[in-house]
Design a binder for this molecule. Structure first.
Ligand SMILES: C[S@@+](CC[C@H](N)C(=O)[O-])C[C@H]1O[C@@H](n2cnc3c(N)ncnc32)[C@H](O)[C@@H]1O
Length: 277
């Protein structure tokens, strides 16, 4: 799907001089209309990616295929997605590796599913549990659109994460990620499903959620002392003497929580810190 001239039926992102994006599906004989004139699809079909086309009124458009981030930010969604800056943290800090068996819940709109599927590759498995049928449909459609079809190494499943057993998965998983409102209710399920040494990460939006999940992990006494952080991403405008941070940023998406499963029968080596209430 990459590194070849554009073909009919593919989606192309046109970017104008003001960096506005327009996504079109290439149809032989088709046209893209805007107040800046008309672009013939036939001028794009057969051209190399990164080409520039000019409309009938002289406007230039850059032509590229969607990257994963473009797809995630533009796709239809039933539930809020994990943003690329946080998905990147999950892939690296969560140690998602080629061939890993990974479980995520809920699948939501499928944004994280796509990053996980690319990272584990065909030798791995991603189990994506989602309790809402309509959300799972969004996830399935978004993943299928991105990969061209549902990857064979993906297991999208309708169901409550709290009811999942090792038997359902054919054994424990190596990595487990929860993105849901009350993940602290499922610590025992995480303990059952995660292999000793496995990484468990959660994504929570608010401070009370963060406090609850941290305390639940500590109280379970089968995980390492959890870490919590957030990632702030600030773009910069770099233009000569006007170089400075952008005025606006997405100041908050969510907190990430990270811990690792201890071996069975082991108590955490350090005394658990008692939180002040
Ligand atoms: C914020 S969304 C997940 C978004 C997803 N990570 C993404 O990047 O597109 C949270 C989802 O968790 C689902 N959910 C909540 N509790 C659940 C449970 N016990 N088992 C499975 N899914 C659950 C909700 O229905 C919702 O779709």
């Amino acid at each position: 799907m990459y590194s070849r001239p554009f073909q009919a039926g593919e989606k192309v992102q046109l970017t104008d001089a003001k960096r506005r994006h327009f996504t079109i599906e290439l149809v032989p004989g088709g046209q893209f209309h805007s107040h800046k004139g008309i672009v013939e699809h036939d001028e794009i079909i057969g051209a190399e990616e990164g080409t520039v086309v000019t409309s009938t009124l002289g406007a230039d458009y850059l032509c590229f295929r969607h990257l994963l981030v473009d797809h995630v930010l533009s796709m239809p969604r039933g539930a809020a997605v994990i943003y690329p800056k946080d998905a990147a943290q999950i892939l690296v800090e969560g140690d998602i590796y080629m061939g890993a068996r990974v479980l995520e819940a809920g699948a939501g709109s499928g944004a994280l599913s796509m990053s996980l599927l690319r990272a584990v590759g065909p030798e791995g498995t991603v189990f994506s549990y989602e309790v809402r049928e309509d959300h799972l449909e969004y996830a399935r459609a978004n993943v299928a659109e991105y990969f061209g079809e549902e990857p064979a190494w993906w297991q999208p499943r309708l169901g409550d994460f709290g009811a999942v057993t090792r038997e359902d998965l054919g054994g424990p998983v190596d990595r487990l990620i929860l993105d849901m409102v009350e993940p602290w209710h499922f610590i025992d399920t995480v303990k059952q499903l995660l292999i000793p040494g496995g990484v468990f990460m959660t994504y929570v939006a608010t401070v009370p959620q963060l406090m609850n999940i941290m305390e639940s992990i500590r109280e379970a006494k089968c995980f390492t002392e959890p870490r919590a952080w957030e990632t702030l991403l600030r773009e910069w405008k770099v233009e000569g003497l006007a170089t400075r941070p952008e005025h606006r940023m997405n100041a908050h998406t969510a907190f990430l929580v990270w811990t690792r499963r201890l071996a069975d029968g082991v108590t955490p080596p350090r005394p658990q810190r008692k939180a002040r209430r």
